[in-house]
Ligand binder design. Sequence first.
Ligand code: 4NP
Length: 151
Amino acid sequence: MINVLMVCLGNICRSPLAEGILVSKVDNKIVFVDSAGTGAYHIGNLPDVRSIKVAKKYGIDITNQRARKFSVKDFDSFDYIYVMDESNYQNILMLARNTADENKVHLILNETHPTKNLSVPDPYHGGNQGFENVYKMLDEACEIIANKLSS
Ligand code: 4NP
């Protein structure tokens, strides 16, 4: 099994979308995908209704997901940890115990824009267009990740 973890702040907007999108693009017998947040505000919650809605529009159901907080044990369970933004990146790197942990952490938009270190904008305080925009960015990045994992 290849284990992939998507990480954002709340685990209710961006990383649930990234999880749902990547699950839809890989062989689920070979690749396991999960998501988590660096913050604890929304533990146990469903994804934001706006993420549920945009995913559904593209044929993806993310209502099975519940928010959880990233744990240092996730470094042992996951091979690839994709973070949505620079702040998530710093927060996860602070928890890394060694360079093997550090090397698992990647900014997800470096898949589509190598070495640019771009962030997926936090759509929480915006409207539906922000979620549509995030969906498109994540769909492109996950397409590349899925191709890499299956080659
Ligand atoms: P996410 O968005 O990190 O994409 O899940 C957020 C959701 C909630 C909060 C921040 C970001 N919050 O501060 O409650």
